[in-house]
Design a protein around this ligand. Structure first.
Ligand SMILES: NC(=O)c1ccc[n+]([C@@H]2O[C@H](COP(=O)([O-])OP(=O)(O)OC[C@H]3O[C@@H](n4cnc5c(N)ncnc54)[C@H](OP(=O)(O)O)[C@@H]3O)[C@@H](O)[C@H]2O)c1
Length: 211
């Protein structure tokens, strides 16, 4: 698990442990995962995804990588160097699947996002992060690894939405305005479901609120 200390990553760890999965979490600040310190199924390793040996070491003995990595302020290393290191580590190991979380509006989903989202991304200084995510998508497609790239709409801990719906970029409706918020817990559930599914392998999937 990469990004397990983050707002979405914590839901992923919680659900994975509830399902009895064995999880290795690579974290810069392992203390953030103290609430699970007694769980024998969670191994916590200290490290940084921009440092290849840390990623390589963390993936050994695991079947899959689940990543909810995000930027650290203006620092985009987790997305840029992190993706390069993930791909290199997968190529040198027994990892069968890599599930990464990204943002609706980046990369191949950019044409389907409304001008208002594009403006907000621009005004809030997120353009470089969205460019990094577009590059991440290119790197994943260029690689030969079994990835699923999950591009999610705006995330929240609680919403009024019923849940979320998975769209391929071939049948994605054009979203007018901002996408409705979706719950992080639903995104975590979807990402973990991909561990047992081949449906979205080597694909970008867009998660949006059900309307
Ligand atoms: N927020 C939204 O509405 C939204 C919507 C759609 C998609 N997304 C995307 O979903 C992903 C997760 O979002 P989030 O809100 O859960 O993110 P978040 O709370 O900011 O968590 C980001 C995670 O990345 C880790 N990280 C950053 N740099 C790292 C590095 N160099 N090495 C190791 N770990 C590093 C952080 O670790 P530390 O705890 O050490 O900082 C943290 O665990 C992001 O890519 C985000 O852009 C977000």
């Amino acid at each position: 698990m990469l990004g397990g200390t983050g707002r979405t990553g914590q839901y992923i760890i919680e659900q994975a442990l509830k399902h009895g999965l064995r999880v290795t979490a690579l974290a810069r600040n392992p203390d953030k995962l103290n609430k699970w310190a007694d769980n024998a199924n969670l191994e916590i390793l200290k490290g940084d995804v921009s440092h290849f040996p840390d990623v390589y070491n963390a993936v050994q003995g695991n079947d899959a990588i689940v990543s909810a990595l995000g930027r650290d302020g203006r620092n985009l290393d987790a997305i840029t160097k992190g993706t390069e290191n993930i791909i290199a580590a997968v190529q040198k190991s027994e990892i069968k699947k890599t599930i990464c979380l990204s943002s609706f509006g980046a990369g191949s989903t950019h044409p389907y996002s409304d001008w208002i989202l594009k403006l907000i991304v621009h005004l809030s200084g997120l353009s470089s992060a969205f460019q990094a995510k577009a590059h991440q998508e290119l790197l994943l497609y260029k690689s030969k690894i079994n990835f699923t790239l999950v591009m999610a709409g705006t995330l929240a801990d609680q919403t009024h939405a019923n849940g979320c719906f998975a769209y391929s970029t071939n049948n994605l409706p054009r979203i007018n305005g901002l996408p409705d918020k979706i719950e992080r817990v639903a995104v975590a559930k979807f990402m973990l479901e991909q561990l047992d599914s081949t449906h979205w392998v080597r694909n970008t999937v867009c998660l949006l609120a059900e309307r």
